[in-house]
Design a protein around this ligand. Structure first.
Ligand code: ATP
Ligand code: MG
Length: 240
């Protein structure tokens, strides 16, 4: 099996609120591998978003650490925004496209911010939009003139614009009908395989989890089960 890209080591997250402490994630150890799609499932409040946020450098763990290709995240990226910009693509439930930009401009923007040369930006955006099934007739539409499925596909193209090794999606199909959900998930899965990306998808939908190579179930901030479709052992159980 390919070497893990992301490793969570004894990760915990405790939120301190006026009402007291909430343990959202408790001592989770988990390796995430390239070219596959891992689904995270679990009841509301079980810690799925919190875990994803730590993987994506949006939240810092209270204890434990995240390794990126074997190096502690914060040593490799003292500036976490650099990690988020270079290494991670994010897709959320609400598409979060910039409303005043067209579909094409939404995909071009992250490349502009990353300093990709203008010519390459156009070409890459066209390739990505075509890969997610957005035709040229939609390029100059703003998000309000796109359907939910189209918006989510543009959001996926945008998340992949800088060719990140990691794609994190939090209920990316939460607002879509079941057929459109299947299409979007199929695309995400295909991209994971083709581009060798580590994909982690949080979902409540068993049909979507069924598409994943691996399903990790959380409950009360703990891993309740970790199953691979191919029947392999859970990834963190290594021999030798
Ligand atoms: N910023 C925060 N401050 C305080 N508590 C929080 C915060 N974010 C999450 N929590 C708490 O941490 C726990 C885990 O929340 P989290 O959002 O990770 O759950 P989830 O599995 O994503 O749930 P859902 O399926 O409803 O999205 C919950 O008890 C939640 O109330
Ligand atoms: Mg959540």
């Amino acid at each position: 099996m390919a070497k893990e890209v992301l490793s969570c080591r004894s990760l915990s997250k405790i939120y301190r609120t006026a009402a007291g402490e909430v343990t959202a994630i408790e001592d989770i150890t988990l390796d995430i591998f390239p070219a596959e799609m891992t689904a995270i499932m679990g009841p509301s409040g079980s810690g799925k978003t919190t875990l994803l946020s730590m993987m994506g450098g949006l939240e810092r763990p209270t204890a434990g650490e995240i390794l990126v290709e074997g190096t502690p995240l914060e040593r490799r990226f003292p500036d976490l925004s650099e990690y988020r910009r270079q290494e991670v693509g994010f897709v959320f439930q609400s598409y979060n496209l910039l409303p005043h930009l067209t579909a094409l401009e939404n995909v071009l923007l992250p490349m502009e911010l990353a300093g990709v040369p203008r010519r390459d930006r156009r070409e890459r955006a066209r390739k990505l939009l075509s890969a997610v099934g957005i035709g040229e007739d939609r390029y100059h539409h703003r998000p309000t003139r796109l359907s939910g499925g189209e918006q989510q596909r543009v959001a996926l193209a945008r998340a992949l614009a800088n060719e990140p090794p990691i794609l994190l999606a939090d209920e990316p199909t939460g607002n879509l009908d079941s057929e459109t959900s299947r299409q979007v998930i199929g695309l995400i899965h295909g991209m994971a395989r083709q581009m060798g990306i580590c994909v982690v998808v949080v979902t409540h939908n068993p049909a979507i989890a069924g598409e994943a190579d691996r399903v990790v179930s959380l409950n009360y901030g703990l891993i309740e089960s970790d199953q691979r479709k191919d029947g392999d052992k859970p990834a963190e159980v290594k021999e030798g």
